[in-house]
Design a protein around this ligand. Structure first.
Ligand code: CO
Length: 428
């Protein structure tokens, strides 16, 4: 299967963060990676393949290096989450006229109006009564058909809609799930019970979100573009995973690591986010399991490199003035290095040089992204992670349009080129 067909399948299988991690997990298992538990002892052989799941929404995979315990880590980090709408507890809202809405809360920063009038559905996880009160039984859940929509107001009720239309997250953005329902109050519980085939009384809680059921697709005259939800950042997750699996058989003194964090879109401040010490704990335990000391761990960190991979803004043909005059990455121009004078990105000349060298080895072009000096720009994983572990590293990503739209656009060439650059990194 070519990388783009595979990426589309990956995106469609990963409607929300929990499912993205499950998709990654299944692919790792198929390639002989075995699961390690943070609460158990670890047995790691040189060259062995393992992964750790945190909270069901972050996943860390590695191929143990064959060098000494103080040999470094080559790490690619990306994130599993995307902006959207989370279903609130006690979500059902019966309305005048009989329709039932679900109450939602916005997650991260979606472009709200792109979510109107789409075939939406629900995915996430459900917590069922478990063997002890402290250990609920966690199940993944996905309603596999279009089920909801956020209907826009007709233009006849707001003739000025095309002149700018402020939206209330609480009033304008609630999805409708039914036209008529005899027992609206138990609707979500009933849906979970039917989908998972469990007793409604066993359902204690859920983390469910809306997703757009429209599949990913290539578009453009030559199929040179990709249109999908969640390209930010699942395209980088897919590129990192593909490169890791591609190179896992090749021996290396370095330990190759793929770190997929959750909650980047809300600032990374959770136990499964890049602001937590989870990766630091995992790296330390890899060194310890290989017989290394604390000193060896610190020496391994000093010998390590991080690629923080999160999609970037490609030059938009309708808004070229928004971008920096000399550093505006274009779709189809290859992966881009992100640079910021105020250190919102971790990139410096040293780490940019590393990434450019990797692109040279892979024989792919590479671009720069720098903010227009009057535009604030966003942040990403790199700096948050280096506040936990002082790694050398670069922030980069493939350029996309419409970041945080329910459907973003990328270039198929850039994705293939990014995989090639990541493979060159994991070949070191
Ligand atoms: Co992102």
């Amino acid at each position: 299967m070519n990388h783009i067909t595979d990426l589309c399948a990956f995106l469609d299988a990963s409607p929300v963060n929990f499912w993205a991690v499950e998709t990654v997990r299944q692919r790792l298992e198929e390639q002989g990676f075995s699961r390690l538990d943070m609460g158990q002892a670890w047995d790691i052989e040189p060259g062995s393949r393992h992964y750790v799941v945190q909270n069901g929404s972050a996943i860390f995979a590695f191929v143990a290096g064959s060098g000494s315990p103080r040999k470094g880590f080559n790490i690619i980090a990306a994130h599993s989450d995307s902006p959207g709408f989370r279903i609130k507890p006690r979500a059902e809202m019966p309305c005048e006229g009989g329709a039932v809405k679900l109450n939602t809360e916005v997650y991260g920063g979606p472009i709200l109006y792109t979510w109107f009038d789409r075939p939406l559905s629900l995915a996430g996880r459900v917590a069922l009564r478990g063997s002890s009160p402290l250990r609920p039984d966690i199940r993944l859940m996905r309603v596999d058909r279009p089920m909801l929509t956020i209907p826009h107001l007709a233009i006849h009720f707001n003739r000025a809609v095309n002149e700018g239309n402020p939206l209330s997250k609480q009033k304008d953005m609630l999805p409708v799930i039914a036209l008529d329902c005899p027992k609206p109050k138990g609707l979500v519980r009933m849906l979970i019970s039917e989908t998972l085939d469990v007793d409604p009384d066993a359902i204690l809680d859920y983390d469910l979100s809306l997703y757009d059921t429209t599949p990913a697709a290539t578009i453009g005259l030559e199929n040179e573009m990709l249109s999908s939800g969640r390209l930010d950042d699942l395209s980088m997750v897919h590129a990192a995973l593909t490169a890791l699996l591609d190179k896992a058989d090749e021996p290396s003194d370095y330990t190759r690591v793929m770190a997929i964090f959750d909650n980047e879109e809300t600032g990374s401040g959770t136990k499964q986010g890049a602001g937590s010490p989870i990766l630091e704990h995992i790296l330390r335990r890899i060194v310890t399991a290989a017989g290394g000391t604390d000193d060896d761990y610190l020496r391994a960190v000093a010998d390590s490199f991080l690629i923080s991979a999160d999609d970037a803004h490609g030059l938009h043909p309708n808004y070229v003035e928004k971008q920096d005059p000399t550093n505006h990455p274009v779709l189809g121009g290859g992966p881009c290095i992100k640079v910021n004078a105020n250190c919102k990105y971790m990139t410096d000349a040293d780490s940019a040089a590393v990434f450019r060298s990797l692109c040279d080895i892979a024989d792919v072009p590479c671009q720069y992204f720098v903010n227009h000096s009057d535009v604030a720009g966003g942040s990403t994983l790199g700096n948050i992670l280096t506040s936990q572990i002082p790694l050398r590293g670069v922030d980069m990503g493939a350029p996309i349009w419409a970041m945080h739209s329910v459907r973003e656009t990328a270039s198929t060439f850039d994705h293939t080129a990014t995989i090639a650059a990541f493979s060159a990194f994991f070949a070191q």
